[in-house]
Ligand binder design. Structure first.
Ligand SMILES: C[S@@+](CC[C@H](N)C(=O)[O-])C[C@H]1O[C@@H](n2cnc3c(N)ncnc32)[C@H](O)[C@@H]1O
Length: 252
């Protein structure tokens, strides 16, 4: 993917995204958007001061908070968010979101904990798109999410035990229930490998309290992994599974 700027954009941001997420930064060099798209072979991310858009196969995707905006608003009004409730996230806890995607769940986790969230994303295009969106959102909570372009299967192995309070895993299990243009972008780029037992084991080692795994209801993938699906009351399409930390200390 190429990353470039609109007239109001900052080339330093393009360079930063290219460096961190394995993309190519191209100066706009006075070209029109149509020329840039015609010259490019793959997707193009265009950074303006207040918005960023990804162009691919004749379609444009605006980098926004998407569904997270509504969830953040509801949570601020005191309505429990399904993911935050399922993980019982508390202020001060540290969260590793090992499947960042568009960063929706990471935003809710950052708001609930008030601390930093590390988000792993295997695909560089999605990681850059999510970063471009977060950069344009209010710094609280978006500025507290640190995106790392990495495969969690390898990255988790490099971490010490009990490095984060909670690890979130939301692989591409879900087939039905997710719609909308941003989900199409996600589906086109995301890593689709199913979650394996070894990775869940590593996540449980890295978690101080436990691992929250998200699945489509009724939770067949959770059962495959030996977890008990808990259906979300607010979101009928989602099932959550909780795996205790391997290294949980006895209470008291
Ligand atoms: C269902 S989406 C997550 C959506 C996310 N929870 C949100 O709220 O936006 C799954 C994401 O995990 C990423 N992913 C899949 N396998 C991965 C891996 N091994 N390491 C890191 N990310 C991975 C996919 O590329 C995809 O973006």
């Amino acid at each position: 993917m190429i990353v470039t700027t609109a007239a109001s954009g900052d080339p330093a941001e393009a360079d930063d995204l290219a460096r961190r997420f394995g993309l190519r930064a191209e100066p706009r060099a006075g070209r029109t958007l149509i020329q840039v798209l015609a010259d490019a072979e793959g997707p193009v991310l265009v950074l303006a001061a207040r918005r960023a858009d990804l162009y691919e196969n004749g379609r444009a995707f605006r980098a926004t908070a998407g569904m997270a905006a509504l969830r953040l608003l509801r949570a601020r009004r005191g309505e429990p968010d399904p993911l935050v409730a399922a993980a019982a996230l508390k202020p001060g806890e540290t969260v590793l979101d090992a499947t960042l995607g568009l960063g929706n769940d990471a935003l809710l986790a950052a708001q609930a904990t008030g601390t930093n969230v590390v988000g792993l994303e295997v695909d560089g295009v999605l990681a850059a798109f999510a970063q471009a969106a977060l950069t344009r959102l209010p710094a609280d909570p978006a500025g507290r999410i640190e995106i790392v372009n990495a495969d969690h299967r390898e990255w988790l192995r490099t971490q010490p035990p009990r490095a984060y309070d909670v690890v979130l895993l939301d692989p591409m299990f879900r087939k039905a229930g997710d719609a909308g243009p941003l989900f199409e972008l996600l589906r086109a780029h995301a890593g689709h490998a199913p979650l394996d037992e070894k990775t869940l084991h590593e996540a449980r080692r890295v978690a101080r309290r436990g691992v929250l795994v998200k699945d489509a209801a009724p939770g067949d993938e959770l059962r495959r992994l030996g977890l008990t699906p808990r259906l979300s009351r607010r979101s009928a399409a989602i099932a959550f599974g909780w795996a205790e930390s391997l290294t949980a200390l006895p209470a008291g």
